[in-house]
Design a protein around this ligand. Structure first.
Ligand code: ZN
Length: 247
Protein backbone atom coordinates (compact mmCIF):
# COMPACT_ATOMS: atom_id res chain seq x y z
CA UNK A 1 0.00 0.00 0.00
CA UNK A 2 1.36 3.41 -0.95
CA UNK A 3 2.03 5.64 2.02
CA UNK A 4 0.16 8.92 2.00
CA UNK A 5 2.76 11.71 1.97
CA UNK A 6 2.50 14.18 4.82
CA UNK A 7 0.67 17.35 3.92
CA UNK A 8 0.39 20.40 6.12
CA UNK A 9 -2.11 23.24 5.94
CA UNK A 10 -0.83 26.66 7.07
CA UNK A 11 -0.77 27.44 10.80
CA UNK A 12 -1.58 23.87 11.76
CA UNK A 13 -5.10 23.97 10.33
CA UNK A 14 -6.98 20.64 10.20
CA UNK A 15 -8.90 21.40 7.04
CA UNK A 16 -9.12 23.99 4.25
CA UNK A 17 -12.40 25.60 3.18
CA UNK A 18 -13.12 27.81 0.19
CA UNK A 19 -16.44 29.55 -0.37
CA UNK A 20 -17.32 30.11 -4.02
CA UNK A 21 -20.33 31.76 -5.63
CA UNK A 22 -21.32 31.41 -9.28
CA UNK A 23 -22.94 33.55 -11.97
CA UNK A 24 -22.22 37.07 -10.60
CA UNK A 25 -25.75 37.35 -9.26
CA UNK A 26 -26.68 40.79 -7.83
CA UNK A 27 -27.51 39.32 -4.39
CA UNK A 28 -23.86 38.29 -4.04
CA UNK A 29 -22.90 41.96 -4.08
CA UNK A 30 -25.89 43.20 -2.10
CA UNK A 31 -25.96 40.56 0.64
CA UNK A 32 -23.01 38.21 0.14
CA UNK A 33 -20.11 40.67 0.21
CA UNK A 34 -21.44 42.49 3.33
CA UNK A 35 -22.01 39.15 5.11
CA UNK A 36 -18.44 38.05 4.31
CA UNK A 37 -17.05 41.40 5.43
CA UNK A 38 -18.37 40.99 8.97
CA UNK A 39 -15.78 38.27 9.63
CA UNK A 40 -13.17 39.46 7.12
CA UNK A 41 -13.64 36.28 5.05
CA UNK A 42 -12.39 36.18 1.47
CA UNK A 43 -14.38 34.24 -1.12
CA UNK A 44 -14.22 33.39 -4.82
CA UNK A 45 -16.80 34.70 -7.29
CA UNK A 46 -17.06 32.94 -10.65
CA UNK A 47 -18.31 35.41 -13.22
CA UNK A 48 -18.95 35.95 -16.90
CA UNK A 49 -17.78 39.34 -18.24
CA UNK A 50 -21.26 40.42 -19.36
CA UNK A 51 -22.56 40.16 -15.81
CA UNK A 52 -19.58 42.08 -14.43
CA UNK A 53 -20.22 44.99 -16.82
CA UNK A 54 -23.68 45.45 -15.30
CA UNK A 55 -22.16 46.37 -11.91
CA UNK A 56 -18.55 47.07 -12.69
CA UNK A 57 -17.80 49.44 -9.79
CA UNK A 58 -19.19 46.95 -7.26
CA UNK A 59 -17.18 44.05 -8.66
CA UNK A 60 -14.03 46.18 -8.63
CA UNK A 61 -14.73 46.96 -5.00
CA UNK A 62 -15.16 43.25 -4.18
CA UNK A 63 -11.79 42.59 -5.77
CA UNK A 64 -10.20 45.43 -3.81
CA UNK A 65 -11.65 43.91 -0.62
CA UNK A 66 -9.56 40.78 -1.24
CA UNK A 67 -12.09 38.52 -2.92
CA UNK A 68 -11.08 36.45 -5.92
CA UNK A 69 -12.82 36.91 -9.26
CA UNK A 70 -12.66 33.70 -11.30
CA UNK A 71 -13.72 32.75 -14.83
CA UNK A 72 -17.16 31.16 -15.43
CA UNK A 73 -16.90 31.19 -19.26
CA UNK A 74 -18.15 33.83 -21.69
CA UNK A 75 -21.67 32.51 -22.23
CA UNK A 76 -22.24 30.05 -19.38
CA UNK A 77 -21.81 27.29 -21.94
CA UNK A 78 -23.41 24.07 -20.68
CA UNK A 79 -25.59 21.18 -21.86
CA UNK A 80 -28.43 21.81 -24.32
CA UNK A 81 -30.61 19.70 -22.06
CA UNK A 82 -31.00 22.79 -19.90
CA UNK A 83 -33.80 24.51 -21.73
CA UNK A 84 -32.37 27.96 -20.98
CA UNK A 85 -28.97 27.06 -22.48
CA UNK A 86 -30.03 26.64 -26.08
CA UNK A 87 -27.55 28.85 -27.93
CA UNK A 88 -24.03 27.73 -27.04
CA UNK A 89 -24.17 24.17 -25.92
CA UNK A 90 -21.40 21.80 -24.95
CA UNK A 91 -22.79 19.01 -27.16
CA UNK A 92 -22.05 21.14 -30.25
CA UNK A 93 -18.63 22.37 -29.15
CA UNK A 94 -15.01 21.29 -29.39
CA UNK A 95 -12.12 21.51 -26.94
CA UNK A 96 -10.53 24.17 -29.16
CA UNK A 97 -13.69 26.30 -29.13
CA UNK A 98 -13.98 26.06 -25.36
CA UNK A 99 -10.33 26.95 -24.89
CA UNK A 100 -10.79 30.01 -27.10
CA UNK A 101 -13.98 31.00 -25.26
CA UNK A 102 -12.31 30.75 -21.85
CA UNK A 103 -9.27 32.70 -23.06
CA UNK A 104 -11.59 35.39 -24.46
CA UNK A 105 -13.46 35.57 -21.13
CA UNK A 106 -10.10 36.01 -19.40
CA UNK A 107 -9.14 38.83 -21.80
CA UNK A 108 -12.43 40.64 -21.24
CA UNK A 109 -12.28 40.23 -17.48
CA UNK A 110 -8.72 41.57 -17.48
CA UNK A 111 -9.93 44.63 -19.44
CA UNK A 112 -12.73 45.21 -16.94
CA UNK A 113 -10.96 44.40 -13.69
CA UNK A 114 -7.25 44.70 -14.54
CA UNK A 115 -6.69 41.22 -13.12
CA UNK A 116 -6.53 37.98 -15.07
CA UNK A 117 -8.54 35.16 -13.45
CA UNK A 118 -6.40 32.23 -12.35
CA UNK A 119 -9.19 29.77 -11.49
CA UNK A 120 -12.29 28.59 -13.35
CA UNK A 121 -15.67 27.07 -12.44
CA UNK A 122 -17.24 24.70 -14.99
CA UNK A 123 -20.73 26.04 -15.83
CA UNK A 124 -23.24 23.56 -14.37
CA UNK A 125 -20.21 21.50 -13.29
CA UNK A 126 -20.00 19.94 -16.77
CA UNK A 127 -16.54 19.11 -18.12
CA UNK A 128 -17.30 17.66 -21.58
CA UNK A 129 -17.73 18.82 -25.17
CA UNK A 130 -19.25 16.93 -28.12
CA UNK A 131 -21.47 13.89 -28.07
CA UNK A 132 -21.28 10.13 -28.44
CA UNK A 133 -18.00 8.79 -29.84
CA UNK A 134 -16.77 12.35 -30.31
CA UNK A 135 -17.39 13.40 -26.72
CA UNK A 136 -14.23 14.76 -25.07
CA UNK A 137 -13.19 16.25 -21.76
CA UNK A 138 -12.23 19.90 -21.80
CA UNK A 139 -10.39 19.57 -18.47
CA UNK A 140 -7.04 19.66 -20.40
CA UNK A 141 -7.96 23.10 -21.82
CA UNK A 142 -8.74 24.32 -18.30
CA UNK A 143 -5.44 22.88 -17.08
CA UNK A 144 -3.61 24.84 -19.79
CA UNK A 145 -5.29 28.15 -18.92
CA UNK A 146 -5.78 28.06 -15.16
CA UNK A 147 -4.21 27.14 -11.85
CA UNK A 148 -7.44 25.35 -10.91
CA UNK A 149 -10.89 24.36 -12.20
CA UNK A 150 -13.86 23.68 -9.90
CA UNK A 151 -16.77 21.32 -10.50
CA UNK A 152 -20.21 21.15 -8.86
CA UNK A 153 -22.10 18.55 -6.83
CA UNK A 154 -19.23 16.09 -6.61
CA UNK A 155 -19.46 13.50 -3.84
CA UNK A 156 -15.87 13.84 -2.68
CA UNK A 157 -13.77 16.45 -0.92
CA UNK A 158 -10.35 17.27 -2.31
CA UNK A 159 -7.25 15.43 -1.11
CA UNK A 160 -4.49 18.04 -1.16
CA UNK A 161 -1.77 15.47 -1.81
CA UNK A 162 -3.65 13.90 -4.71
CA UNK A 163 -6.42 16.01 -6.27
CA UNK A 164 -6.37 17.18 -9.88
CA UNK A 165 -6.36 20.95 -9.50
CA UNK A 166 -8.05 21.25 -12.91
CA UNK A 167 -10.96 19.08 -11.73
CA UNK A 168 -11.65 20.05 -8.12
CA UNK A 169 -14.81 18.79 -6.48
CA UNK A 170 -17.39 21.43 -5.56
CA UNK A 171 -19.91 20.86 -2.76
CA UNK A 172 -23.30 22.56 -2.95
CA UNK A 173 -24.19 24.92 -0.10
CA UNK A 174 -27.44 26.32 -1.51
CA UNK A 175 -30.27 25.58 0.90
CA UNK A 176 -28.03 23.55 3.24
CA UNK A 177 -28.46 24.36 6.95
CA UNK A 178 -25.49 25.64 8.97
CA UNK A 179 -25.23 22.42 11.01
CA UNK A 180 -24.87 20.27 7.89
CA UNK A 181 -22.23 22.57 6.43
CA UNK A 182 -20.24 22.25 9.66
CA UNK A 183 -20.70 18.46 9.61
CA UNK A 184 -19.25 18.36 6.09
CA UNK A 185 -16.23 20.38 7.24
CA UNK A 186 -15.74 18.15 10.29
CA UNK A 187 -15.83 14.99 8.13
CA UNK A 188 -13.24 16.53 5.81
CA UNK A 189 -11.10 17.63 8.78
CA UNK A 190 -10.79 14.02 9.89
CA UNK A 191 -8.72 13.42 6.74
CA UNK A 192 -7.12 16.85 6.27
CA UNK A 193 -9.11 17.58 3.10
CA UNK A 194 -10.12 20.75 1.23
CA UNK A 195 -13.83 21.59 0.97
CA UNK A 196 -14.83 23.93 -1.85
CA UNK A 197 -18.40 25.05 -1.28
CA UNK A 198 -20.53 26.33 -4.17
CA UNK A 199 -23.39 28.80 -3.76
CA UNK A 200 -25.50 30.94 -6.04
CA UNK A 201 -27.76 33.66 -4.62
CA UNK A 202 -27.19 35.03 -1.13
CA UNK A 203 -30.72 35.81 0.02
CA UNK A 204 -33.84 34.26 1.47
CA UNK A 205 -35.27 33.16 -1.89
CA UNK A 206 -36.58 29.58 -2.00
CA UNK A 207 -34.18 28.29 -4.68
CA UNK A 208 -30.39 28.23 -5.25
CA UNK A 209 -29.79 30.32 -2.16
CA UNK A 210 -27.52 30.59 0.82
CA UNK A 211 -29.15 32.82 3.41
CA UNK A 212 -27.05 35.75 4.68
CA UNK A 213 -27.53 34.40 8.23
CA UNK A 214 -26.14 30.96 7.34
CA UNK A 215 -23.22 32.52 5.47
CA UNK A 216 -22.35 34.75 8.40
CA UNK A 217 -22.54 31.90 10.91
CA UNK A 218 -20.44 29.65 8.68
CA UNK A 219 -17.75 32.32 8.25
CA UNK A 220 -17.66 33.05 11.98
CA UNK A 221 -17.36 29.32 12.75
CA UNK A 222 -14.54 28.86 10.24
CA UNK A 223 -12.69 31.95 11.50
CA UNK A 224 -12.80 30.77 15.14
CA UNK A 225 -9.22 29.55 15.79
CA UNK A 226 -10.59 26.81 18.05
CA UNK A 227 -11.97 25.01 14.97
CA UNK A 228 -8.65 24.71 13.10
CA UNK A 229 -9.99 25.80 9.71
CA UNK A 230 -8.05 27.62 7.01
CA UNK A 231 -10.66 29.51 5.01
CA UNK A 232 -9.45 31.31 1.91
CA UNK A 233 -10.09 31.73 -1.80
CA UNK A 234 -9.79 28.85 -4.28
CA UNK A 235 -6.72 30.57 -5.77
CA UNK A 236 -5.01 30.94 -2.39
CA UNK A 237 -5.57 27.32 -1.37
CA UNK A 238 -4.70 25.99 -4.84
CA UNK A 239 -1.46 28.01 -4.78
CA UNK A 240 -0.54 26.45 -1.44
CA UNK A 241 -1.43 22.95 -2.66
CA UNK A 242 0.61 23.36 -5.86
CA UNK A 243 3.63 24.72 -3.97
CA UNK A 244 3.52 22.02 -1.30
CA UNK A 245 3.71 19.17 -3.80
CA UNK A 246 7.04 17.60 -4.61
CA UNK A 247 8.49 18.32 -8.05
ZN1 ZN B 1 -23.17 28.95 -13.26
Amino acid sequence: MAAIPPFAWPRGARVAVSLSFDDARPSQLDQGVPALARSGTRATFYVSPGRVEERLADWRQALAAGHEIGNHSLRHTCSGNFVWGVRNVLENGTVEQMEEELAEANRRLRELLEVTPVTFAYPCGQTFVGRGVNRRSYVPAVARLFLAGRGFREEFQNRPDFCDLAALGGTEMDGVPFERLVATIEQAAAHGLWVVFVGHDVSNLPRQCVTPETLERLCAWCQDPAHGVWIDTVAAVATHVAAARPG
